[in-house]
Design a protein around this ligand. Structure first.
Ligand code: TRP
Length: 463
């Protein structure tokens, strides 16, 4: 898949390779685990609507900006800003991205570990229902079983730790041995399979008795649902859009640096965003009808999908096989994301600090192991780590669009977007308007009301 391009750096060799790798980074637990539970906690359809607006108006412009920065500089995020804006402070945005990468990798890999646990438990439950101590294969019993299991599992130490370390090991192994290029090959086959499995789940879920309420919850915007905390809902939709698209942190600057000069960046960004959003909505469509049909609380929290999915499998012919396949593929989808996060740190350590690739991976994996272990032990730390991308990513994204909109040479920008004049860029004025005004002002405004809200909460008299 990989060939040297103009420089001696590795690069993606085909258009589909680029999209597969970037989509592999974007599609992961963010779509299937985080999106449904955050939507469930934030009022359903109204959240979805706001989310979609953010993807289009902010997400896609940020993604194109990251690709542009990466491809024009051919470097990691820190190196890229240093090269394009020498002597300026912009590289700090790259450094912030590296720090954010550690935080995301820590909690994300922990959740990826849950996938393995639930794969095992689903198998156990489906093979030996009596071993769980709950009688009968009813929705209620299994819901209880998995809910209780979640508590005892995450309150325990060893199992979450072991699963976490397994996932971290795989991630490090893939990044160090460079087989992530081989991953591209598998992603092309396995991602479509994951989509098919999701569609099967959707079919089962929407045909359950009482499913309709879930569809209404997901698709019918009901703004009265968010009137208590509209600011929180809007900020979490923004954060989730950034998280799901893998933007705001330099992952796609790094991947952009591997894209060939002749590729169409706008087209790539739109395809990746469309695929990512589609999978998230499909995941919602698989989860919410079942959530309502089985009487699970949509605002349950991070365990939402992990306690809902097994119950769906249980109500399917051949549930065991479906469960196994699904959780395995989810693991795979998580790994194509974790390697893209680790890649940011490793590209930084190898290119800026001149470490060997092996050392870089070892060092970062050990640091992530420490942070992740803290996440498995303390649910408070987990919650803080899990929430911090909501702020850190839009913060980074703000500077990325401002950089492209106001500081990056417009000649270079046109050159990158048009592949050196080979392509028409009729969307250019719209893009410029979005990166100059819409995206940065929206982020600043939302942050400002977020801060205002916090102040009012602390000093109610000021409201
Ligand atoms: N987007 C991935 C997901 O949805 C997670 C991810 C990978 C990510 N790389 C990232 C999130 C960079 C933020 C930034 O699962």
């Amino acid at each position: 898949m990989i060939q040297g391009n103009s420089s001696s750096r590795d690069g993606f060799s085909t258009k589909f390779g680029v999209i597969a790798a970037a989509a592999g980074s974007a599609i992961g637990l963010g779509n299937i685990w985080r999106f449904p539970y955050v939507l469930g906690q934030n009022g359903g359809g109204a959240f979805l609507l706001i989310y979609l607006v953010f993807i289009a108006a902010i997400g896609i412009p940020v993604m194109m900006s990251e690709f542009t920065i990466g491809r024009s500089a051919q470097l990691n995020p820190v190196g890229a800003f240093k090269k394009i804006a020498p002597g300026k402070k912009w590289h700090l945005i790259g450094s912030l991205g590296v720090v954010t990468a550690f935080i995301i990798l820590a909690f994300y890999t922990v959740v990826a570990g849950w996938t393995l646990e639930y794969m095992l438990q689903s198998v156990r439950w489906l093979l030996f229902p009596e071993s769980s101590g709950v009688a009968g294969l009813t929705g209620d019993a299994s819901r209880e079983f998995f809910q209780e299991h979640y508590e005892s599992f995450t309150n325990g130490i060893w199992r979450p730790v072991i699963w976490f370390l397994v996932m971290l090991f795989f991630t490090g192994f893939i990044v160090v041995s460079g087989v992530k290029r081989g991953i591209e090959k598998y992603a092309k086959i396995l991602m479509p399979v994951l989509l098919i499995l999701l569609l099967v789940l959707v079919f089962r879920s929407v045909t359950l008795e009482g499913a309709k309420e879930g569809l209404v919850f997901l698709f019918k915007p009901d703004f009265s649902q968010i009137k208590d905390a509209p600011v929180k809902v809007i900020l979490e939709a923004l954060g989730q859009a950034f998280f799901s698209l893998s933007i705001g942190m330099g992952t796609l600057i790094t991947y952009g640096s591997y894209i060939q000069k002749k590729e169409n960046l706008a087209n790539t960004a739109v395809s990746v965003a469309a695929a990512d959003t589609f999978i998230a909505v499909i995941a919602g469509l698989a989860i919410f009808p079942a959530v309502f049909a089985f009487g699970i609380n949509p605002g349950e929290g991070p365990e939402l999908v992990y306690i809902t999915l097994p119950v769906i499998f249980q109500n399917m012919a051949g549930g065991l096989i479906w469960a196994l396949m699904f959780f395995l593929l989810l693991c795979f989808a998580a790994i194509t994301s974790t390697i893209s996060v680790l890649e940011v740190i490793v590209a930084y350590l190898t290119e800026q600090l001149k470490l060997t690739r092996k050392r870089a991976v070892f060092l970062s994996a050990v640091s992530v192991a420490v942070l992740g272990l803290i996440c498995t032990v303390s649910s408070d730390v987990f919650a803080v780590f899990n929430a911090s991308p909501d702020i850190l990513l839009p913060f980074g994204g703000f500077f990325i669009v401002v950089f492209i909109g106001w500081f990056f040479s417009k000649n270079s920008l046109k050159k990158e977007l048009s592949s050196n004049g080979a392509r028409k860029i009729g969307y250019y004025p719209v893009f410029l308007f979005l990166v100059r005004f819409v995206a940065p002002l929206a982020i600043v405004f939302l942050f400002a009301i977020g801060v205002y809200n916090k102040i009012i909460n602390v000093f109610p008299s000021m409201g």
